[in-house]
Design a protein. Structure first.
Length: 383
C-alpha cells in the first residue's frame, strides 16, 4: 500500500516541489487548493491527472485554511499518513496590510488542522509537519539562530506563525501527536513567488538584460538572509516526518548575504557588473562593465548593443514604499541538529541557486517577450 500525504498549500513553491518528490517516492498525494477566479495550478500542472484517470496519485480538493468544516471533511475522507501544512499567507510585507486574515489562515489554520486530526481519532496514524519559519527569530537574540534561540517576531506574519509553532508543540505534548516544526530559513527557486526579493531581482535582471525594462526599485538593500534552494528544503520536511519521534528542526545553509550582494550576483550571472553608490533611499546601482562573451552566451548576442548603451546608467533604485514597518535585519541559521539527527544537508550553493533562477527567468522572459510591457504585471508595484 502506498503512503498517503495531504499537502495544504500544494499550489505554492514548496507544495509543488514536495508533491513531485513524494510522488516519485510512491506516495499518493492529496492537495488542498483554493478556489480562484483564474487557474492557480501552474506549478503543479505537470503532475495533474484527469479525474477520469484510474489509480491517480495526485488528487486535488477545494479547500481553505479558514474553513474548519472543510478541512475536517477532507482530512476525514483522505485519512492521510502524513500532513504537510504548507498553506499560508506567506508574504511578510503584505501581512502588515492583512493582519487579521494572516492570523486566521496562518495561525488558527494550523490549529484547525491539528484539531481535525484529534477529533477524527487520527492522532496515532497521522504525522504532521508544520511550516515554521526563521521569521520567528525576528529581532534576533542570538547569532546564528538555532532551535533554542528565543523568538522575537517582527510582523503579523511572524506572530501568526509563532502561534502555529506553539500550538503544534502543545498538541504534541498534550495528545502525544507526531507533530513537528521545520524552522525553515528563506528558500528560493525558479518557482518562487514573483514578489519575494530573490525572484523580483532575477526577473528584473532578465528583463533589463533583454531590454524589456530599464531599472527596478527595491526596498532595504542591507538586510541579510540565509538563502537555500527549495528543492533541498522539501527533502528536510520529508525527513522530519520519517523520524521515530517528533521534534523541531532548523533548516538553513549557515551562510548569510545582503540583498545588495544578491543583486550583484544576479547581474553577474548575465555578465553585467553592477556597483552601488549613495545611502539609504538615495542608494543606486549602476552598470560599470559588461562581459560581452558571457552576456552573449547567457542572454544572446542580439541583445548586446542595447545593454551596452546602459553602461553608467542606473538599473537599481530604492523606493521606501518597500521598507517594512519593522524589519528583520539579519538571519543566519545553525543547522547542526538537522545535519546530525536527520542527515540532511543543503546541496546548492547560493551561486548555483542564483544561476538556476537567472537562467530560468531569462528563458521565461524571452518566451514572454512578445507580450511586451502591457502583458506583464508591472514588477515594481508589488512588495
Ligand atoms: P507560497 O509559495 O506563498 O505558497 C503558499 C501556499 O498556501 C499557496 O498554495 C497558496 O495558495 C496557499 N494558501 C494561502 N492562503 C491559503 C488559504 N487561506 N487556504 C488555503 N491555501 C492557502 O509559500 P512557500 O514559499 O511555498 O512556503 C510554504 C510554507 O512555508 C508557507 O507556510 C510559508 O509561510 C512557509 N515558509 C516559507 C519559507 C520560504 O522561504 N519559502 C520559509 C519558511 C517558512 P495560492 O497558490 O492559491 O495562493
Ligand atoms: O524579503 C528585503 C526585505 O520578501 C527578504 C517568506 O517566504 O522568508 C520570506 O520572508 C528581505 C527583507 O522574504 C525588497 O525587506 C528589499 O529584509 O524575500 P522577502 P522574507 O520577508 O524574508 C521567510 C523565511 C518566510 O517565512 C516568509 O514566508 O529582502 N527587500 N527590497 C525586499 N523584499 C521584497 N519582497 N521586495 C523588495 O523589493
Amino acid at each position: 500500500m502506498s503512503k498517503v500525504a495531504l499537502i495544504t498549500g500544494v499550489t505554492g513553491q514548496d507544495g509543488a516541489y514536495l508533491s513531485e518528490y513524494l510522488i516519485k517516492k510512491g506516495y499518493t498525494v492529496h492537495g488542498l487548493k483554493r478556489r480562484s477566479s483564474m487557474f492557480n495550478t501552474d506549478r503543479i500542472d505537470h503532475l495533474y491527472q484527469d479525474p477520469h484517470h484510474e489509480n491517480r496519485n495526485m488528487i486535488l480538493h477545494y479547500g481553505d485554511m479558514t474553513d474548519s468544516m472543510n478541512l475536517t471533511r477532507i482530512i476525514g475522507d483522505v485519512q492521510p499518513d502524513e500532513i504537510y501544512n504548507l498553506a499560508a499567507m506567506s508574504h511578510v510585507k503584505v501581512s502588515f496590510d492583512v493582519p487579521e486574515y494572516t492570523a486566521n489562515a496562518d495561525g488558527i489554520g494550523t490549529l484547525r488542522v491539528l484539531e481535525a486530526v484529534r477529533l477524527l481519532n487520527l492522532t496515532s496514524k497521522t504525522r504532521i509537519y508544520q511550516a515554521s519559519t526563521s521569521e520567528l527569530y525576528g529581532l534576533v537574540q542570538e547569532i546564528p539562530q538555532k532551535e533554542t534561540t528565543p523568538f522575537y517576531p517582527r510582523s503579523p506574519y511572524a506572530v501568526a506563525k509563532l502561534y502555529a509553532y506553539w500550538i503544534t508543540v502543545n498538541y504534541r505534548e498534550a495528545y502525544g501527536m507526531h507533530a513537528s516544526n521545520g524552522i525553515l530559513f528563506n528558500h528560493e527557486s525558479p518557482l518562487r513567488g514573483e514578489t519575494f526579493v530573490t525572484r523580483k531581482v532575477t526577473r528584473a535582471v532578465a528583463r533589463i538584460a533583454l531590454g524589456l525594462q530599464d531599472m527596478v526599485y527595491m526596498g532595504n538593500l542591507s538586510s541579510k538572509r540565509d538563502w537555500g534552494h527549495a528543492k533541498d528544503y522539501i527533502k528536510a520536511m520529508y525527513l522530519i516526518l520519517q523520524q521515530d519521534t517528533p521534534d523541531d528542526y532548523v533548516i538553513s545553509t549557515g551562510i548569510t548575504t545582503t540583498i545588495r550582494d544578491f543583486i550583484k550576483m544576479s547581474f553577474a550571472e548575465v555578465g553585467v557588473t553592477v556597483a552601488f553608490r549613495g545611502e539609504n533611499e538615495n542608494e543606486q546601482g549602476y552598470i560599470t562593465e559588461i562581459d560581452e562573451q558571457k552576456f552573449s552566451e547567457v542572454v544572446g548576442e542580439e541583445y548586446l548593443e542595447r545593454i551596452k548603451e546602459r553602461i553608467g546608467k542606473m538599473v537599481v533604485g530604492v523606493d521606501p514604499a518597500y521598507f517594512r514597518p519593522t524589519e528583520v535585519d539579519i538571519l543566519i541559521g545553525d543547522n547542526t541538529k538537522s545535519r546530525t539527527k536527520l542527515g540532511w544537508e543543503p546541496t546548492y550553493t547560493l551561486q548555483a541557486l542564483c544561476q538556476d533562477m537567472v537562467i530560468h527567468d531569462v528563458e521565461l522572459m524571452k518566451k514572454e517577450e512578445y507580450l511586451k510591457n502591457g502583458g506583464y504585471k508591472i514588477l515594481n508595484y508589488f512588495e
